[in-house]
Design a protein around this ligand. Sequence first.
Ligand code: SAM
Ligand code: SF4
Length: 332
Amino acid sequence: MTRPLIDKYGRHVSYLRVSVTDRCDFRCTYCMAESMIFLPKAEVLTLEELDQLSSAFIARGVRKLRLTGGEPLVRRGIMDLIKDLSRHLKSGALDELTMTTNGSQLATYADELARLGVKRLNISLDSLDHQKFTEITRRGRLEQVLSGLEAAKQAGLKIKINTVALRNFNEDEISRLVAWCGSEGFDLCLIETMPLGDIDGDRTEQYLPLTVVRDRLEQEYTLIPSDHVTPGPARYVTVAETGGRLGFITPMTHNFCEGCNRVRVTCTGTLYMCLGQEDHVDLRAALRSGDPESLDHLLDEAMLLKPKGHDFIIDRKGQKPAVGRHMSMTGG
Ligand code: SAM
Ligand code: SF4
């Protein structure tokens, strides 16, 4: 390895999230507007460029790579990219290659993902009610995701369910989700909505602080603080009654930036040092110039730009989002 990626606060960047597409087969209401305009294909990095870019980070000490989107499994040729990237698992340069997915395509791809060395998946699921599921995703079908989940389970993949806690929508289902995940052997991670990109509705109506959710869950379950740590931002407890692991991602009520080891690249090759700030470096031109040194140099520059943290606020009605880009652009 050459020089590791260390930012000006001494944080070692060892985790890269790569958004392989901004497109998605769903339109979750907290994530996108109904009529999203997606990027023209020419702006999106090719699979070869995505490989080259990820490999440049791995050469600088990134040990964990998460593919995300948009929906990564709707990107044409995605399995070829995963196959290529899996060489870094075989060589030992990478500890983990994972993915965040909405699960809609997993019935087709779960086996192959497992064969290529993917061991864990984060799968987003905000409701176990068929009608509500279609309502929140605007076009998803719960049955399809449940069969994807079953396929992933059968393929031996470890599953973490990501659920965005939404006021007046799934708050009454969270207890059921805890029980269901416990019985299925899935970890569950609850997420607060973040003000990223314009959506059709008002986020103040969706925002549900996880402090409230946790207090409610504690009426029903014994939540034992866990020392389980992942490279992600979640804080974990063990649910005594189910034995399951429950994580809380609380960007709004508890800022987790001090330990941040992550950076994100969009599908156009823009490197964002923080999900909630605008600081970025465009890597696409350097990538397309074919000069590995200029890319390397940009990574050094980027480390100086990594901000101390985000400053998300959701409190006033009609407020502008903290950053204009959607989560589907930066990659969750
Ligand atoms: N399509 C894939 C999926 O849904 O898992 C991957 C991309 S999606 C942007 C990644 C994660 O971001 C999902 O778990 C989703 O629920 C979450 N997400 C999207 N918009 C969000 C927002 N505004 N606030 C909090 N989480 C958000
Ligand atoms: Fe698509 Fe994921 Fe955003 Fe839902 S959260 S619209 S599945 S990118």
